[in-house]
Design a protein around this ligand. Structure first.
Ligand SMILES: Nc1ncnc2c1ncn2[C@@H]1O[C@H](COP(=O)(O)OP(=O)(O)OP(=O)(O)O)[C@@H](O)[C@H]1O
Length: 764
């Protein structure tokens, strides 16, 4: 049995992996026989496993792992390590497998995917981006071929037909956002044959903590074309002239901005003496607020970049550009006006789904990540998922040094630059993790000024990013990077071809330097994990300063310390305070997650009612049956004139139209309700109760209302050239739809911000 497995019997809070480890010997004993088989015979052994139901019993599990190992050895030239097989078994049991960076999660997940697929289940492997979906599917394809199952992948530019074909494969790799958008688009089809997705069965989530926890509350939105909104160039110009603290105030967390009285006067004057609070014209104030928000709170190169004449959001949790992400429309246009670029199309929200609801659609959910234990509680609470902690194949020898704490940011930067210079002189490769794009660029400039040339990795496209990171382990390389929660490429010592490996090992392996802590220790660990893969030497250390935002925003003390001449604070108490600030930040994030979860729950319940009803209309002729009752006379006439089938088609289209229209309107109402509710919260009532109090009755008559409207339209529908002219009766579908993700709802009235702030106040 492998040393790694013997070493670890599982930590508290994690599931016991011993039942899996116990099978390893039997798996190994099958190896010799399997090596002697022809490929076709090996494939047959695999497909024979399909003659039973899930879950696998022990003999079959042994057979699956043994056959899978042999197939991987032949097809990929990689014989799965014991720990990878333990990971595969944990995934097949619906667990989250925690496996450190570079342990080979792709192969572990692929063997589990094949295991599910062989038993007739459709598997979706969810990646964090299109590049990885495609790369992993193609990488694992020879293995799947040998095991007799078919993989496919989806990318942003896949057509509807390509998607349908890909989803009908045994195993489909897709990014979470593409999957979400397909779910949303499928919800709006008017012909069941237009759907691309089959019923969800099994999801294997890569980077599970990033998707299931960090991105859980991110809504994916489907919007439909309405009229374009105007770029508010006038407002953008106006707010550009306003002065901080005189005309507007920003709250401590940098999430809200408000005009002061002087600001209000200045704006009213600049607009030719309007009254911003005129009850008869409430259109001006929101425009000012949007422009102000865009101007003050959203910073170029931190929250977005301008590229090819377009404003592109930076995905804050990954430091990458997110192609399809936009802010809610008004704000997007305001930023576009601020940056003086062409304004993009706007529209109304047709529907949305959070990442959390998206993955909860799957009856079986599992996944892998390098950092799951730290969020084990959340995985249990929100998904009923348990973590299996898989030991590393070789012991990790990375040296993680304690924090180096400095009084000020300047001192922290000086110290970091000096440290980079020191290790660089020995040829040791350095990877520096920064919080955002702007910071990475400033730091790169500073390093360059000191004669330390470095590569900056930020918000590039995913494929470029993979190529850059692959070389971060080269002798003497200095790489500055924003956070890379999404798994990229392996950092091999000595460069991607490992040509110089010995020299780099000699120098101590990859050295990871964090330029400040992330809001959660898990994100820190992901950065650290870049070094010391597969038993490689390596090290990590974080440089922190008392004026880091994490510390100032989370109640850290910033006065009364003793520092040495370089500004370094060595006192244990102060170092402990840094950890505390991070724990507080983690607690706050969890609270926000819980809150959104509660809000979304009720919306999900309502959505489910609509979706079930819609399904009956779409596939079982419910609309037609209802209209035959509600509009008996007109129904009879139409059947006479156009035939039963055509009448049923018209009834379906009309009913679906009103259901979807109603849901869009209801969504807008709920969004407004959420935004407005904080005012009542100030009246000391529980905002969630308040929300439910209004959201529930507003939905009560929903289906009846849609039915009544459908009847009205149906009465008016006329037959033209043998078909019912539903368009003439007012049934209009959006001429185009598109999708986006909303990251961290930015409006000041956002309930989470308010909840967060009031909570902060209460504990004062
Ligand atoms: N059993 C094996 N034998 C040899 N090499 C392997 C084996 N399994 C995986 N590898 C190699 O290890 C490297 C890392 O694999 P992979 O990218 O799947 O790791 P990971 O766990 O997903 O890492 P990360 O956390 O960085 O995403 C790859 O180059 C892969 O080819």
């Amino acid at each position: 049995m492998a040393e790694g497995v013997r070493r670890l019997l599982g930590k508290p809070g994690a599931v016991d992996i011993r039942p899996y480890s116990r099978l390893l010997e039997q798996i190994e004993s099958r190896e010799e026989e399997l090596r002697g088989l022809e490929d076709a015979e090996l494939t047959r052994r695999a497909t024979d496993l399909g003659n039973a139901e899930l879950p696998y019993d022990r003999p079959d599990l042994v057979e699956l792992c043994a056959v899978g190992r042999e197939a991987a050895r032949r097809a990929l030239g990689e014989r799965p390590f014991d720990v990878q097989l333990v990971g595969t078994m944990a995934l097949l049991d619906g667990r989250i497998a925690e496996m450190a960076t570079g342990e080979g999660k792709t192969l572990t997940g692929a063997l589990a995917a094949a295991g599910f697929a062989l038993r007739g289940k459709r598997v979706h492997v969810l990646s964090v981006n299109d590049y990885l979906a495609r790369r992993d599917a193609e990488w694992m394809r020879p293995l799947y071929d040998l095991l007799g199952v078919a993989p496919a992948w989806i990318a942003e530019d896949s057509t509807g037909e390509e998607r349908r074909t890909a989803y009908s494969a045994d195993i489909t790799y897709a990014s979470v956002s593409e999957l979400g958008f397909d779910v949303l688009r499928d919800r709006l089809v008017t012909d069941a044959g237009d759907r691309v997705l089959p019923e969800p069965e099994i999801a294997i989530v890569d980077e599970a903590d990033s998707v299931l926890v960090d991105e859980a509350r991110v809504p994916l939105v489907l919007a439909g074309a309405a009229e374009a909104s105007d770029a508010d160039a006038e407002m953008a110009d106006l707010v550009r002239g306003l002065k901080p603290r005189i005309h507007y105030e920003v709250d401590e967390e940098g999430r809200n901005v408000q005009l002061t009285d002087d600001g209000i006067d200045a704006v009213e004057k600049a607009l030719g003496g309007v009254d911003l609070y005129d009850e008869n014209d409430t259109s001006v104030l929101p425009r000012v607020n949007l422009a102000l928000h865009a101007h003050v709170l959203l910073q170029r190169d931190v929250h977005y970049v301008v590229r090819d004449g377009q404003v592109r959001l930076i995905n804050e949790s990954r430091g990458r550009i997110a192609l399809l992400q936009r802010w809610p429309d008004g704000l997007q246009a305001a930023v576009e006006a601020k940056e003086k670029v062409e304004v993009s199309e706007t529209g109304e929200v047709l529907d949305s789904v959070t990442v959390q609801s998206l993955v909860l659609r799957y009856p079986t959910l599992c996944g892998m990540t390098g950092t799951a234990m730290a969020v084990a509680e959340q995985l249990r609470e929100f998904y009923e998922l348990e973590v299996a902690q898989i030991p590393s194949n070789k012991p990790c020898v990375r040296e993680d040094e304690p924090n180096r704490l400095y009084a000020t940011r300047e001192e922290k930067e000086d110290a970091l630059v000096a440290e980079v210079a020191r290790v660089h002189a020995e040829g040791r490769p350095v990877l520096i993790g920064t919080q955002d794009v702007a910071e990475s660029e400033l730091l790169a400039k500073r390093l360059a000024d000191e004669g330390l040339e470095c590569t900056v990795l930020n918000a590039k496209n995913d494929a470029d990013e993979a190529a850059v990171i692959a070389e971060a382990g080269t002798h003497g390389a200095i790489t500055v990077s924003t956070q890379m929660a999404g798994r990229g490429t392996d950092i091999r010592l000595g460069g991607s071809d490992m040509a110089d490996r010995d020299r780099v090992v000699e120098a101590g392996g990859l050295y990871v330097l964090g330029f400040g802590h992330y809001p959660s220790s898990r994100l820190d660990d992901q950065l650290r994990g870049r070094a010391g893969r597969q038993g490689d030497p390596g090290g990590s250390v974080f440089f922190v300063s008392l004026d880091d935002e994490l510390i100032t925003a989370n109640g850290g003390e910033t006065t009364g310390y003793t520092a040495d001449a370089d500004g370094r604070i060595a006192d244990e108490g102060w170092l402990a305070m840094v950890d505390r600030a991070q724990r507080i930040a983690e607690g706050r994030l969890l609270e926000v997650h819980r809150n959104t979860w509660r809000y979304n729950k009720i919306i999900d319940v309502q959505r489910q009612v609509v979706l079930e009803h819609r399904e009956a209309v779409l596939t079982q002729g419910l609309g037609d049956r209802q209209l035959a009752v509600d509009c008996a006379a007109r129904h009879g006439e139409l059947v006479e004139e156009a035939g039963e089938e055509e009448t049923a088609r018209a009834a379906r289209l009309i009913t679906l139209y009103h259901l979807d229209r109603g849901w869009t309107d209801h969504n807008a109402f709920l969004a407004e309700l959420r935004e407005g509710i904080h005012l009542r919260f100030l009246g000391r009532r529980d905002p969630l109760d308040e929300f439910n109090r209004d959201a529930v009755p507003a939905f009560k008559g929903f289906l009846d209302e849609a039915r009544a409207r459908a009847a009205e339209t149906f009465e008016e529908a006329e037959v033209k050239d043998g078909t019912v002219d539903v368009a003439a009766a007012g049934v209009k579908r959006p001429s185009m739809t598109w999708t986006y993700m909303v990251h961290d709802h930015p409006f000041s009235s956002d309930i989470e911000t308010v909840v967060g702030r009031l909570k902060g106040r209460k504990s004062d």
